[in-house]
Design a protein around this ligand. Structure first.
Ligand SMILES: NC(=O)c1ccc[n+]([C@@H]2O[C@H](COP(=O)([O-])OP(=O)(O)OC[C@H]3O[C@@H](n4cnc5c(N)ncnc54)[C@H](O)[C@@H]3O)[C@@H](O)[C@H]2O)c1
Length: 286
């Protein structure tokens, strides 16, 4: 089957990023969220970023227009019925993702592949709620999607070779490098990254250093482009907590227990950059 139309559910930071790279690769994109206004805002934000690239001479005005014209904001799951390939990018919530995959299974043509951008939830469990587990796959983009080269691909127990091949080819068209992970909670990247972020939250919780010193320490001391607390704020503290919970319950080892301070920040609604405050305060920085 030739793939022309990408259906993306969830127009948050990841869904918008995936829409951007899919449109840049020439695919038609249906970008859906719970409300049309959210999908429209995501498209407007992509357009604003492209306008800056045009200003800086990094992109032509024609290329900008062509890219945004490929993105059509829509509302809800049913609007994705015409898609040839689905990528789900809603919040990291297994119950929600399963509910949406049941709906995709009903509305999408039988040959359509259903991919999830989950950061940590086993694909096999999501695939099992559909009647097409051979066509369900993990397609874990990195944030920010237009900048980061990697897509981590996760095959569920039933994922077919054909589904895997098609997904790898789509990643290549979007100029992404791929790695393959076994379908174990957290996969490769977050199995390693998230415990480091959680440990940084513990270091802050135990008063070992200030948030600024922890971040500068890891940036200058271990040559990371962002400190772990700054990175957590960028990812979203709700997403970080959800991933730690998947690691903790999925692997059953107490070393993955989420830091109480991380949980408290989420309880307070301090979710990081997206709410203006997380481990750091962004309200003054605009
Ligand atoms: N943030 C990261 O750095 C990162 C990196 C890789 C993968 N991920 C994964 O990507 C997914 C999305 O993360 P995000 O950071 O974009 O979150 P986000 O909070 O920025 O966006 C989630 C979006 O999903 C929408 N949504 C929720 N329920 C919906 C529904 N029923 N129908 C349609 N839309 C719905 C929300 O309105 C919101 O716009 C998660 O599974 C996350 O684990 C995140």
């Amino acid at each position: 089957m030739s793939i022309r139309t990408f259906g993306i559910l969830g127009a948050g930071q990841m869904g918008a990023g995936i829409a951007h790279v899919a449109a840049a690769a020439g695919f038609d994109v249906l970008l859906a969220d719970v409300a049309l206004a959210r999908a429209e805002k995501a498209k407007a934000d992509i357009d604003k970023r492209l306008a800056k690239a045009v200003e800086k001479g990094k992109m032509t005005e024609e290329a900008r227009r062509a890219l945004v014209d490929h993105i059509k904001p829509v509302e809800g799951v049913p609007a994705l019925a015409p898609a040839d390939f689905i990528v789900e990018a809603v919040n990291e919530d297994e119950t929600l993702k399963k509910q949406l995959f049941r709906q995709f299974d009903e509305i999408c043509r039988p040959e359509v592949i259903l991919a999830t951008n989950t950061s940590s939830i086993p694909i096999t469990r999501i695939a099992a709620v559909t009647k097409r587990p051979t066509q369900v796959i993990g397609m874990h983009f990195m944030n920010p999607v237009p900048v980061m080269k990697l897509v981590e691909i996760i095959r569920g127990l039933a994922t077919s070779d054909a589904t895997y091949q098609t997904t790898v080819e789509l990643c290549a068209k979007m100029e992404k490098a791929t790695i393959v992970s076994r379908d174990i909670s957290g996969f490769i990247v977050n199995r390693i990254l998230m415990p480091m972020i959680n440990e940084a939250a513990y270091a802050l919780y135990e008063g070992i250093g200030t948030a600024a010193d922890i971040d500068v320490g890891m940036k200058l001391g271990t040559n990371q482009p962002m400190g772990p607390l700054e990175l957590a704020d960028f990812i979203g503290l709700d997403t970080c907590l959800a991933i730690m919970e998947v690691l903790h319950t999925g692997l059953g080892d107490s070393k993955y227990r989420p830091c109480p301070l991380l949980r408290q920040h989420v309880d307070a609604g301090w979710l990081g950059r997206k709410t203006g405050r997380g481990f750091h305060d962004y309200t003054a920085k605009g």
